[in-house]
Design a protein around this ligand. Structure first.
Ligand SMILES: Nc1ncnc2c1ncn2[C@@H]1O[C@H](COP(=O)(O)OP(=O)(O)OP(=O)(O)O)[C@@H](O)[C@H]1O
Ligand SMILES: [Mg+2]
Length: 304
């Protein structure tokens, strides 16, 4: 069942198009990673989906309703840098959010305690937010976003600002939550997307570069490649550049002494490259013949 249908969504600031005509469909129960480098348009997209930012163009249809219908009550939203009152206790903060979403006072206290329990903050609920760690604040943000049992959870970079331990805690929690509701979460780390999500929307410069199921994309973009690295020095770096021009190399990405070459025939390319390396006495550090990965695709999209 389709939960969200986005068509031709755009946001411009003056001449700059922060989000440029993007379209996608999200099915109920999916976990979708909105992946992209800094400035790709992730936050702008999520803020439009959350009803916080009016689109310049395009339509959003939620749960089959007519575009323009207010669906904010069905949403949970965790901003990239949530503003929290440091003097409030964690429980007060979640109760406050619950009431804002229209839950009556008595029930708000009950569901807020349950939400805190859910994110592992039951014991810390009465402590002031000012004394929380980054990981605790992020989990509190999740409790706030979950408290009214939304149909769709929008999480803007929920783990990017955390240390490895906080990150691990929140990732574990997301893994559980993804089974309970539909989730869209943004990240600039492909690995995070692969860890929890089945689907990905890769944005770059306001547009969608690639979207689909991760397993399908992995297959589709699994092309023969040769990876090389050489000691950084003028001769070796120049050699990599010269290889890129060879007829058996179809495409190349070279930076900092490392190269990824797309090739049609791995055996032929391997022979030719190794022969040259030996002949020219190139200081090779690494040579690998294999298949391209999503990481290669990501780097190619982001680098262009
Ligand atoms: N209020 C604004 N006024 C002008 N430009 C804006 C505004 N908000 C965002 N932009 C621009 O829109 C583009 C997309 O920004 P956005 O914050 O959506 O990117 P992002 O993918 O969330 O990046 P990050 O990974 O850094 O959070 C950027 O170039 C940004 O400078
Ligand atoms: Mg952002």
């Amino acid at each position: 069942m389709t939960l969200l249908e986005v068509t031709g969504l755009s946001k411009s600031y003056g001449k700059q198009r922060s989000v440029d005509n993007i379209s996608f469909v999200i099915e109920a129960g999916q976990c979708v990673a909105l992946l992209g480098p800094n400035g790709a348009g992730k936050t702008t997209t999520l803020r439009m989906l959350a009803g916080l930012l009016p689109p310049s163009a395009g339509q959003i249809s939620f749960n089959g309703s007519l575009p323009g219908t207010d669906y904010r009550k069905e949403l949970g939203y965790l901003p990239q840098s949530p503003a929290m009152y440091r003097w409030m206790s964690g429980l007060e903060y979640v109760v406050f959010a619950a009431k804002l979403s229209g839950i009556p006072s008595r029930e708000a206290a009950k569901v807020s305690a349950a939400a805190l329990e859910r994110v592992g903050l039951a014991a810390a609920g009465r402590r002031r937010i000012g004394g929380y760690s980054g990981g605790m604040k992020q989990r509190l943000g999740l409790a706030q976003a979950l408290v009214h049992r939304p149909k769709l959870l929008l999480l803007d970079e929920p783990v990017s600002a955390l240390d490895p331990i906080g990150r691990r805690e929140v990732m574990e929690l997301l893994r559980e939550i993804r089974g309970e509701t539909t989730v869209i979460f943004s990240t600039h780390v492909l690995h995070d997307a692969e860890e929890i999500c089945d689907n990905v929307i890769l944005m770059n410069q306001g547009t969608i570069a690639v979207q689909g199921e991760l397993s399908e994309l992995r297959q589709q973009y699994s092309l023969p490649v040769i990876r090389l690295s050489v000691e950084t020095g003028s001769a070796a770096a120049g050699w990599l550049e010269s290889l890129a021009l060879k007829p058996f190399i179809q495409a190349s990405q070279i930076s900092g002494g490392k190269a990824v070459f797309n090739v049609a025939d791995v055996a032929l390319a391997r022979r030719a490259i190794l022969q040259e390396a030996v002949g020219l006495n190139i200081p090779l550090l690494h040579f690998e013949a294999g298949s391209s990965t999503l990481e290669d695709l990501f780097m190619k999209v982001v680098g262009s």
